[in-house]
Design a protein around this ligand. Structure first.
Ligand SMILES: Nc1ncnc2c1ncn2[C@@H]1O[C@H](COP(=O)(O)OP(=O)(O)OP(=O)(O)O)[C@@H](O)[C@H]1O
Ligand SMILES: [Mg+2]
Length: 1078
């Protein structure tokens, strides 16, 4: 998603006024109050137009983070709250994009934060410029040059714990893409007097303390040093330690930085040896020794230190010793050697130490330059960063302060010139009328110092070169003469009587009213320092050193290159280099950072108004604002202006089609801003009064609130709709996926089911086919088997006769056949008679024929019986049937039966037809007579018997009188219910009649007959054929008989022999009739 552009401005969330051009009303007080207010809110940066005012916070603020770098990267200068990064970004971008060389001028008094600011600028540029291994190395080297130079060139002063004691100008070089290529550092006059002497409360250069604190024992031994600061005269004791500074750690940082920058190990070693030598030089002490000529000569007190120095530096001890005692002056090919007194010896020693150190420093700068030098020869774009020592006023101000302050004076000059020029040019460029604004121009002070004929520096040089006795006092005298009338020069002894009574002005001093305040300079040492004299003996001694670095530091010591011309003085050298610098700066686009020191205590949160007021004054900030506002307080290009305020007018909101300028015109007309309040430049709108701008801002703020609501409304709607659309889309996607998934699942299910069904069907089909095939196969097999068996049988049958195994059986069968044949043939002859009762049967010839023999016997018997039966007539057949019936009824039941078997049943024993007696009887009976016989009818009353004729016809039983033949009783057969008889051999039997029938009125009949069996049988057969009922025949030795009304028991008893073999019957009582059977 494209990053949303948020148009901001430094006018947003402003604390105080971010750009003091907008300050209203504009007075010194409001300026200071504004700075204070912002400082109190940690806003240490404030703009005056494009100038950045920076108030030292004296504590680390969280405003330099990589995120901040990103914030300020590629943003317009006024877009965010004031920041040093904004200025750095502006400078870098116009360097890169518009091909304009830039310089960053950082000014301010000592401790105001210039060095820090310069480092911030460098680190910002390093962070935003190109990337890549090579580029990063260049960046690293550029950044790491700072700790090295600070260690050697910075020191703690009363004003600043890390005060730069040299001026530094660094050109960072870029290629056309804006990637850094390298850099060049120029250094300006190190305050070398500090090496040998430091004012109270101050320290020597950091490196000495760092070396003694941070070096390992081994290194210290090698350098012949001791860790104790108090052992060294050059290290003032009272402030050896600085609060919050870890010298040992810094030593490591510096060594690391040296390594990164590209120092070789032996180079670092050499550098440290020189530092050690300088320290030890301070410990060389001299004593006076009287000489014969009466003059004092200095002698080294303790040669031990000297020896060690010589060992360290590889200098011949005697040479150095001599150089401290004698001075050779060459004039017109003549060498004159004079002895040095103690003071001169000390002077020489200190001069050597200072020179050694300052030359080492210059060497370091050159060495760093060698490392960071751009490797290519392509055209470069340059960004210069100037960080010099700030304007300073001490108790005792000497030549160094004079030089430093002169340099600051020049910088102020260039600021004034460039700022005003730039402003003026802009008005001209834009075609706006411009009126001159009064401001203090320090050109006059610069002139006082640098004027070639009567400037202070020129006069100092003149004094130094002048033959005769030259002292600082003669120099002051000269000043008093030449500069007496100068407004900014003050001296007690000047011709101008103004200061005659000024007690604040000592006699040996002069005072200059610098742009930043009055500074009282001690004239003492000016001449010396300007001369910067080092006795030739010493430089020659140094040149002779075995130490390569030291040797190279003193090229003038080479006797072959002896140069009798005086070297240029320090002052003129400096003036020249400052002039070059100024020229250089003027060719570049300047960017200003003006540092302000909020208090003298180096403390955070303290804003000393007096101190700030002073700085505001001398920095000319108020004038700066005024100049900036001279015509118009605010200006802005048309595009951003229209962009910022277009919402205030309907025509321009939300989009203006057409040139931006026309849009702004419409806008301003619409808002009814008075015409005199603004002016149209070529590319910018100029607003005269800050109030107008604030009015615009207020209107904008109000409008923004409305717009915010509108935007909110639209945004919410949009968001909801987007959300809804997203949801809908998601829902559709999900549904589609789900459907797909469900369908797939269903398809898979159907497929697998189909497969299962298919496989079952296929299986079933296959099994069916298999079954059929098997069946078919079995059928074929069966047919084959059957055929085989059949054929087998056929064959066997055909061939069986040929089988031996069958022979026995055949013989056996044959034999058997023969036996049976014989048996049957014999039996034919042996068959007994055809009488069925013949029991004879030939015996069985063979046991195995037993059953056959019996069967044959049975068959034969049956056959003979049949044959016998076949002879019978129907008559005979009937008789036999009756006999058979009798046997069934009585055999084995009635003892009388066997005797009846042999008797033929005759039936009509009594031939009624033939006997005329029974003619009547015969006529009475129409039916066929089955039985006609005489029986004894037992009298029921006494048991006596009477003969009666017993007749049985088809339907009736008749009793007739034997004599007359008269029918006594006639009983239809249907009324006969039962016949009872005994089991014995008697002929008694009772005929029971149906109760209630007519015949039964006289009771049952009791008879005795010889043909009992025949009579009972025929009665039974006739009854059966007539009534179809089986007549009940009871065979029992005791039975009841109905006599009239009585039931009489007839009892048969055995063994009564009285009446012979005839049974007798006797009525015993009315209930019993006893029959005695023999
Ligand atoms: N932006 C800052 N944030 C935090 N601390 C700062 C800042 N600027 C300066 N300081 C503090 O102030 C001290 C002095 O600053 P710096 O050394 O930059 O002053 P200077 O102007 O270079 O002084 P001189 O002219 O003596 O070299 C620093 O050591 C640091 O402690
Ligand atoms: Mg500094």
């Amino acid at each position: 998603m494209a990053k949303m552009e948020v148009k901001t401005s430094l006018l947003d969330n402003m604390i105080g006024v971010g750009d003091m051009v907008l300050l209203e009303p504009l007075t010194e007080e409001t300026v200071i109050n504004n700075l204070k207010k912002r400082f109190d809110h940690n806003e240490i940066y404030t703009y005056i137009g494009s100038v950045v005012i920076s108030v030292n916070p004296y504590r680390s603020l969280p405003i330099y983070s990589p995120e901040k770098v990103e914030d300020y990267r590629n943003r317009n200068f006024y877009e965010l709250s004031p920041h040093i990064f904004a200025l750095s970004d502006e400078a870098y971008r116009s360097l890169r994009d518009q091909d304009k060389d830039q310089c960053i001028l950082i000014t301010g008094e000592s401790g105001a934060g210039k060095t820090e600011a310069s480092k911030l600028v460098m680190s910002y540029v390093a962070a935003v410029c190109g990337k890549g291994a090579e580029v990063n190395q260049v960046k690293e080297q550029l950044l790491q040059s700072n700790p090295v130079l600070e260690a050697f060139g910075n020191a703690k002063t009363v004003r600043n714990d890390n005060s730069s004691r040299f001026g530094k100008y660094m050109d960072i070089e870029f290629d056309f893409k804006g990637d850094p290529l390298g850099g060049v550092i120029s250094n300006y006059l190190l305050e070398k007097s500090r090496v040998v002497k430091q004012p109270r409360g101050e320290r020597n250069f950091h490196v000495f303390y760092q070396l003694l604190s941070g070096a390992s024992e081994e290194l210290l031994n090698k350098l012949k040093l001791e860790r104790d600061f108090s052992r060294y005269n050059y290290l003032s004791l009272d402030s050896a330690k600085v609060n919050g500074v870890d010298d040992a750690a810094n030593f490591r940082t510096v060594r690391n930085a040296m390594q990164i920058v590209g120092f070789m190990d032996h180079e670092v070693e050499s550098v440290l040896e020189v530092v050690a030598a300088v320290l030890k030089l301070g410990n060389i002490e001299f004593k006076p020794e009287s000489r014969v000529n009466g003059l004092d000569e200095s002698k080294i007190k303790d040669k031990n230190e000297l020896k060690e120095i010589c060992e360290l530096t590889g200098i011949d001890q005697s040479v150095l010793e001599r150089a401290f005692s004698f001075r050779t002056v060459e004039a017109k090919q003549e060498k004159v050697s004079t002895t040095l007194n103690v003071a001169q010896a000390y002077y020489a020693r200190d001069a050597l130490a200072k020179n050694l150190y300052s030359r080492l420093f210059s060497w370091l700068v050159n060495r760093i330059n060698e490392s960071i030098k751009a490797q290519t020869k392509v055209r470069k774009k340059v960004m210069g960063v100037l960080d010099i020592y700030g304007f300073e006023i001490f108790e005792d101000n000497s030549f160094e302060q004079f030089i430093i302050n002169y340099c600051n004076e020049k910088l102020q000059q260039i600021f004034i010139e460039l700022t005003l020029k730039e402003e003026q040019e802009e008005y001209i460029r834009e075609g706006i009328e411009w009126t001159h604004i009064e401001y203090f121009n320090n050109a006059i002070i610069c002139d006082l110092i640098e004027n070639n004929t009567n400037g202070i520096l020129a006069m100092l040089d003149e004094e130094c070169l002048r033959p005769g006795t030259v002292t600082d006092d003669t120099f002051l005298e000269k000043l008093n003469q030449v500069c007496a009338t100068h407004q900014h020069f003050e001296s007690r002894m000047s011709k101008c009587s103004r200061f005659l009574n000024d007690t604040s002005l000592p006699h040996s001093c002069f005072r200059i009213q610098h742009y930043a305040g009055k500074v009282l300079y001690q004239v003492e040492g000016f001449v010396d320092k300007n001369n910067d004299l080092l006795y030739r003996d010493l430089s020659q001694a140094m040149w002779k050193a075995g130490h390569a670095l030291i040797k190279s530091l003193f090229p003038e010591g080479n006797p072959a290159k002896i140069n009798l011309k005086r070297p240029p003085t320090a002052g003129s050298q400096f003036k020249a280099s400052v002039a070059t610098l100024m020229k250089n700066l003027q060719t570049k686009n300047p960017n200003y950072i003006r540092c302000i020191k909020p208090n003298d205590k180096k403390a955070a949160h303290i804003f000393s108004e007096g101190l700030v007021c002073h700085q505001v004054r001398y920095l000319g900030l108020l004038e700066n604002v005024r100049v900036r506002r001279a015509g118009y307080a605010f200006r802005q290009a048309y595009e951003p202006c229209l962009e910022r305020y277009k919402m205030l007018c309907k025509q321009t909101w939300p989009h203006w089609k057409g040139p931006a300028r026309a849009g702004v015109e419409v806008l301003f007309n619409e808002l009814e801003i008075p015409v005199e309040e603004y002016s149209f430049g070529r590319s910018k709108i100029f607003i005269r009064n800050p109030r107008t701008l604030f009015k615009l801002e207020d209107l904008r703020k109000q409008r923004l609130e409305d717009l915010a609501t509108l935007i909110q409304k639209i945004y919410r709607g949009w968001k909801c709709r987007t959300h809804f659309l997203l949801m809908r889309k998601s829902q559709i996607v999900i549904a589609a996926w789900y459907r797909r998934y469900a369908q797939q699942k269903r398809y898979r299910q159907i497929k697998s089911s189909t497969l299962v069904i298919q496989s079952y069907i296929r299986g079933w089909k296959a099994r069916k086919i298999l079954r059929e095939l098997k069946h078919q196969k079995r059928c074929e097999e069966a047919a084959t088997t059957i055929a085989a068996y059949w054929h087998g049988t056929q064959v066997r049958r055909e061939y069986r006769k040929f089988f031996r195994a069958n022979a026995g059986k055949k013989i056996y069968e044959f034999t058997l056949q023969r036996i049976v044949q014989k048996y049957f043939l014999e039996m034919k002859n042996k068959v007994p008679s055809l009488s069925p009762i013949d029991k004879n049967w030939p015996s069985r010839p063979y046991l195995f024929l037993d059953s056959t023999h019996k069967e044959l016997k049975r068959i034969f018997h049956l056959w003979r019986c049949k044959k016998y039966r076949d002879q019978f007539t129907d008559q005979q057949k009937l008789i036999y049937e009756e006999k058979l019936e009798a046997s069934e009824l009585f055999k084995d039941k009635k003892a009388l039966y066997p005797s009846s078997v042999g008797q033929p049943f005759q039936g009509p024993y009594l031939e009624i037809n033939k006997n005329p007696k029974y003619k009547k009887l015969k006529d009475a009976i129409e039916e066929k007579i089955i039985i006609a016989e005489v029986v004894n009818k037992i009298n029921r009353a006494n048991g006596k018997s009477t003969s009666r004729i017993f007749l049985l016809t088809n339907n009736n039983l008749l009793l007739a009188d034997q004599k007359s033949g008269q029918i006594k009783s006639e009983v239809p057969l249907v009324d006969v219910t039962k016949v009872s008889m005994s089991s014995q051999n008697d002929g008694f039997f009772a005929v029971h009649l149906k109760e209630g029938s007519e015949a039964a009125s006289k009771g049952d009949f009791l008879f005795s007959s010889d043909h009992l069996i025949e009579m009972a049988t025929k009665l039974y057969r006739t009854t059966l054929s007539q009534t179809k009922q089986k007549l009940n025949i009871e065979i029992s030795d005791e039975f009841l008989v109905q006599f009239r009304q009585d039931k009489v028991c007839v009892k048969f008893i055995q063994g009564n022999q009285k009446n012979g073999s005839v049974p007798t019957c006797k009525r015993k009582n009315n209930r019993l009739l006893e029959v005695a059977v023999p």
